[in-house]
Design a protein around this ligand. Structure first.
Ligand SMILES: NC(=O)c1ccc[n+]([C@@H]2O[C@H](COP(=O)([O-])OP(=O)(O)OC[C@H]3O[C@@H](n4cnc5c(N)ncnc54)[C@H](O)[C@@H]3O)[C@@H](O)[C@H]2O)c1
Length: 367
């Protein structure tokens, strides 16, 4: 069995960020001891706490340490304390900054329901089916990064894409689809937007490199509806920055709580990828030990698979999560009427107990 030595930059962030990353770190440490790996964590200021400590949301030392790591685990940033700061100096500027500096142009959000939680989905089970798909969102271009202009009378935001930007994210999405059910749905608004026309033409051209993958196109308004009407039709969805932002939150709701969904942001393969739950810092929950740690824990299992190739370790943890959920342990956001509601730290402790009961060699042998 290959033992892995790896450096993980840890950015707990603000609000519930430190609670949920702490849970994920405990689980990663259990995984390291069970499988004989060594994960070295380096905790760094980022977001609102970095503004307080260092005067900027993305301090140079944090960025340098992230660049020197093998992967980055982020909690969440932001909160009311920093909302009155001038635009561009708030915690969110750190998020856009790290994406830009590390060249993170792909955002992957796997939408996978945990079997024990099907009952809490807002969709009826017959519509939900075996819903299991991925959204690949372009992360570095589009209207978020184009020129923003505002006067007291008028405002505009420029949505721009180049062929190069579309091709590189499209290839990633085709590769994901090729490794899954060979079906890619590209989402745009090509009936009204020039940037979407280029998007559709470019994705169609890239499709020739992946003859095994069936490509179809949907307009974003129809895609928003189809995700709710028949989520089982999707395998991999590819879309631009703004449409991806919105559709991936909609899709995340299918799983039952925003507290459950992980994400991966990455650029070129040799650079460190960033993993984070998709939720924000949930200021009203912070410090109460009620937040669901699973989005952060699944971000860690996504890291094990995608950055380190540790599939058995990832499955070992996710199977234990499913057993804890089957036993009825739930944080408040995923509770069912009459169910057993536990604090976030109790859920993590229960999961750690379950991992101790499931020796690592069982995961290796597939038992
Ligand atoms: N990537 C990030 O760091 C990120 C993403 C989104 C929002 N934010 C920031 O977070 C702050 C709050 O934003 P928001 O309220 O729009 O979004 P949010 O995701 O923090 O909260 C939305 C809702 O989901 C609940 N929730 C979120 N995470 C949960 C968890 N783990 N367990 C249980 N319930 C959970 C919250 O209580 C709230 O009701 C803002 O400052 C925003 O800018 C940061």
């Amino acid at each position: 069995m290959t033992k892995l030595q790896t450096k993980i930059a840890l950015l707990p962030g603000d609000g519930i960020g430190p609670e949920v990353t702490n849970a994920a770190v405990q689980i990663l440490e259990d995984c390291a001891s069970a499988f004989g790996h060594h994960f070295e964590f380096r905790e760094l200021p980022f977001g609102g706490n970095a503004i307080d400590q260092c005067g900027a949301p993305l301090p140079d030392a944090t960025l340098a340490a992230c660049r020197g790591s093998d992967a980055i685990l982020l909690g969440a940033i932001g909160g009311p304390k920093w909302e009155s700061l001038p635009f561009g100096t708030r915690p969110e500027a750190g998020l856009l900054g790290i994406r830009k500096e590390l060249g993170l142009y792909i955002n992957l959000r796997p939408i996978r329901l945990r079997p024990a939680l099907r009952g809490i989905s807002p969709l009826r089970p017959d519509r939900l089916g075996d819903c299991d798909f991925e959204i690949v969102r372009e992360l570095a271009g589009d209207i978020y990064f184009g020129e923003h202009k505002i006067t007291s009378e008028k405002a505009s935001d420029l949505a721009e894409y180049s062929v190069f930007e579309i091709e590189r994210v499209a290839r990633y999405a085709f590769e994901r689809a090729a490794a899954r059910k060979q079906h890619l749905t590209s989402v745009d608004k090509a009936n009204v937007l020039a940037s979407s026309t280029l998007w559709r033409d470019t994705v169609t051209a890239v499709a020739r490199e992946y003859p095994s993958v069936k490509l179809d196109h949907l307009y974003v308004d129809n895609a928003a509806m189809q995700i709710l009407l028949r989520p089982t039709q999707f395998d991999v969805i590819l879309t631009g920055n703004m449409f991806g932002d919105i559709l991936s939150d909609e899709a995340a709701a299918l799983a039952g709580s925003i507290g459950l969904i992980p994400s991966l942001s990455r650029g070129r393969p040799h650079q460190p990828a960033l993993y984070e739950p998709i939720h924000g810092s949930a200021p009203t929950l912070a410090g109460k030990d009620v937040a669901c740690p699973l989005g952060a824990i699944f971000s860690a299992t996504l890291m094990l698979r995608e950055s380190f190739g540790l599939d058995a370790e990832s499955q070992w943890i996710e199977a234990a999560v499913d057993r804890v959920l089957e036993q009825g342990y739930r944080t408040a956001d995923i509770a069912e009427p009459g169910g057993r509601v536990v604090r976030g730290s109790e859920f993590t402790a229960k999961l750690r107990g379950e991992l101790r009961e499931a020796p690592a060699q069982h995961a290796r042998s597939g038992a």
